[in-house]
Structure formats: structure tokens, C-alpha cells
Design a protein around this ligand. Structure first.
Ligand SMILES: Nc1ncnc2c1ncn2[C@@H]1O[C@H](COP(=O)(O)OP(=O)(O)OP(=O)(O)O)[C@@H](O)[C@H]1O
Length: 365
């Protein structure tokens, strides 16, 4: 993996209105627990996320933190229990925007390229059908040209080599490119990628990340990139949002979040991954820092989450306030933000990193 991350386009997300936005969304699932009683899984609580043209937001968090649920709410697979989704500022719920129109603008890419494609259909049919369904090609010639163009855009070249392949004749990375091409056939403005590289061979992950970067830079797509892996988030994204047990705890420009985390949970994540470049190159995302639960402890049960800030039982700085209520958002001039009582109570200095052992020795009298 190269050292240099893909450069972010100029401008900040604050300067323009978001294409797609989740505003104060919660998702509660009603389930039956092991004892046969009704329970409510509080998968996402009052989350806000904004996706802008030509920018990629990473949503990171350990397994079960609610990332997929956020993507499914944004993709209109789930209706939020509370809050709303806005496309170009217009609420989408209750007839605001027809589902078909919505799916023309917003496409979701799943983790599993194997399960996402119909094994009985050749690439030509899969992509051609998507073009026809959305009215972007009619005649045989238009469909053929459109399919070839899509294959080129996802770097499956020469395209003729892929037209008549079945999914099982493609590698995992090629299949994921076909999945992305099918999403592009719709001409969306937003792509929601739910761990789009985690099931791919390590050797081809970087290619798919670079393809997503190209779609951002050259086509101005707004992207949500869901991952366990901070290394790939740092490589690809412009912003990183951190989710813990259904609550978005921190976010902002990626380097600000990585260099100067403002939430103890983000700090723990980063401390568990001293070299964020390593986990992408070394193996699967699940081998990265988020499964190092020995260090991070167990996440809470979403059917019985802790009160207040859900991180407080694992937080070394927990105060009474943390148990009582979830803090307001603290904003910083560079666009970084955090929900943490340390900042509300003037105790953020506790988060400052300890000086390295060497410099301690040097300054000792
Ligand atoms: N349809 C559902 N019914 C009941 N509970 C659900 C449903 N979907 C998700 N959950 C629960 O909501 C919580 C958040 O799940 P979600 O899949 O969004 O997390 P995640 O961060 O994407 O995890 P992973 O990284 O493992 O995919 C989990 O406790 C999960 O079990």
C-alpha cells in the first residue's frame, strides 16, 4: 500500500449543501429476547450524517455499532424510527420523494459481491438491464455502448473481455467492480458502500478503493464508506465519523480526527492501531483494531444500552454526567466535532497524549 493517501478535493463540506443527509435518525428494532419477551434493540440513536458531492465520508466503528443500519436508513431499506432523511434538502419520507426516483439518486453497494449478482446472468445482461430499467438506453446499440462505457469506468478493460462472463468466471474484485458498474448504470449522485472491500482479497482491495476515489474525483459522486478499518478510511476518505453502540461520538476532517481525536473511544481505537497503514496491507478488516476486544472490552448490549454516553462503562474518564445524559455536540474551528462531557466540562486536557518515554527521560532533572 502506498504511503500517500488519495488527495481530498479542495473545499470543505461546510461550503455547500449536502446531497444526502440523515438528520437525528434513530432505529429501534422490536425483537423477542431469549426468554421469549419483547425487547427493543436501540441500534441507532439520534445520528446525523451529511454526504456532499465529490467527498467521501467514512463511518467507522466496531461490529454491532450500527453502521449498516445507518446505511440502510440512508438507502431507504429501513424507515427511521425517529428523524428524517433529506435528499437535496427535501425530506424523503411520507411521499416526499418516490422510491423509484430516490433509488435513481442513491445506490447501496453491499459487502458481498458474490451474493449481489445473479449467478445465472452474464455481465452484459446484468448491466444492460440496469440501463434499460432506468431509461438510460433503449436500442440494442445503446445498451451495448452503455455497458461497454460502464465497464471502462470501473476499469474492467478491455470491456469486450468481460461482456459474456458469468459471475463465477470473475474474481472477487472484478465482481465488486461489476456491482459498482451496475450501481453507476442508474447514474446516481450518492453511493453507499457497506464494507465494499472487506470480503475481497487483500491484493485487490486497493484497486477498488482507488476506483471509489476516481468516482469521487472525476464524477463528483458523494460516497459513504463503511468500514471497521481506520487504515482504509484514512487512505480513501475526506471525513471520518466514529460510531459507538449506536451513537455517533466524533467526526470531522480525517487528519484532524486521526491526529487529534477528541473522544476517548476514538483515542482507544487509534491507540490500538498505531500504524493505520498496517491493517489494510496485513489482512482482513476483521484482523484490524476493532476486533482487538482484549484491549477495547466488550461493547454493550443494544437491547439494554448504558444510560447517557454509551461508552461510559468503558471510559477511563467517566464522570457522573456521562452516566446521566448524552452530551451536546462540541464543535471545533476546523470542522471537527465531538459528543463528550470532557469538552463540555473543561476537562479535555485529560485526553492529551502522554509525552513519549524518551522525552520524559530527557527533561528529567
Ligand atoms: N433487522 C434487525 N432486527 C433486530 N436487530 C437488528 C437488525 N439489524 C441490526 N440489528 C441489531 O442492531 C445493532 C447494529 O447492527 P448493525 O448491523 O447496524 O451494526 P454494524 O456496525 O453494521 O455491525 P457489523 O460491522 O458487524 O456489520 C446490532 O446489535 C444488530 O444485532
Amino acid at each position: 500500500m502506498p504511503d500517500t493517501p488519495v488527495p481530498a478535493p479542495r473545499g470543505t463540506s461546510d461550503s455547500v449543501a449536502p446531497v444526502l443527509e440523515a438528520v437525528g435518525v434513530s432505529k429501534h428494532f422490536e425483537v423477542r429476547n431469549r426468554g421469549g419477551n419483547n425487547a427493543v434493540v436501540r441500534a441507532v440513536e439520534n445520528a446525523g450524517i451529511a454526504l456532499h458531492r465529490g467527498r467521501i465520508v467514512a463511518l467507522v466503528g466496531e461490529s454491532g455499532s450500527g453502521k449498516t443500519t445507518v446505511a440502510r436508513i440512508l438507502g431507504r431499506f429501513y424507515a427511521p424510527t425517529e428523524g428524517e432523511i433529506r435528499l437535496h434538502g427535501r425530506p424523503v419520507a411520507a411521499g416526499g420523494i418516490a422510491r423509484r426516483d430516490y433509488f435513481r439518486k442513491v445506490q447501496l453497494i453491499f459487502q458481498d459481491p458474490f451474493g449481489s449478482l445473479n449467478s445465472l446472468h452474464r455481465v452484459r445482461y446484468t448491466l444492460g438491464r440496469a440501463l434499460k430499467l432506468h431509461g438510460h438506453a433503449r436500442s440494442r446499440r445503446e445498451v451495448e455502448d452503455g455497458v461497454i462505457d460502464l465497464l471502462r469506468r470501473v476499469n474492467l478493460t478491455p470491456p469486450e473481455q468481460y461482456l459474456d462472463k458469468f459471475p463465477h468466471e470473475l474474481s472477487g474484485g472484478q465482481r465488486q467492480r461489476v456491482v459498482i458498474a451496475r450501481a453507476l448504470a442508474v447514474r446516481p449522485e450518492v453511493l453507499l458502500g457497506d464494507e465494499p472491500i472487506s470480503m475481497l482479497d487483500v491484493s485487490i482491495r486497493l484497486d477498488v478503493l482507488n476506483l471509489l476515489a476516481k468516482l469521487r474525483d472525476e464524477e463528483g459522486l458523494a460516497l459513504l464508506y463503511i468500514t471497521h478499518d481506520i487504515a482504509s478510511a484514512r487512505y480513501l476518505c475526506d471525513e471520518i465519523d466514529v460510531m459507538y453502540a449506536g451513537q455517533l461520538v466524533e467526526g470531522g476532517p480525517k487528519e484532524a480526527v486521526i491526529q487529534s481525536p477528541k473522544h476517548p473511544y476514538t483515542r482507544l481505537l487509534l491507540d490500538s492501531s498505531p500504524d493505520p497503514g498496517r491493517s489494510l496491507a496485513a489482512g482482513s478488516a476483521s484482523e484490524g483494531l476493532f476486533t482487538a476486544t482484549g484491549e477495547l472490552g466488550e461493547p454493550p448490549d443494544p437491547a439494554d444500552p448504558p444510560t447517557g454516553c454509551r461508552f461510559h462503562p468503558r471510559c477511563p474518564f467517566a464522570m457522573d454526567e456521562c452516566r446521566e445524559s448524552f452530551p451536546e455536540r462540541t464543535e471545533f474551528p476546523d470542522g471537527q466535532w465531538v459528543h463528550c462531557w470532557l469538552h463540555q466540562k473543561g476537562r479535555a486536557h485529560l485526553l492529551a497524549p502522554a509525552p513519549p518515554a524518551q522525552s520524559l527521560k530527557e527533561t528529567r532533572p
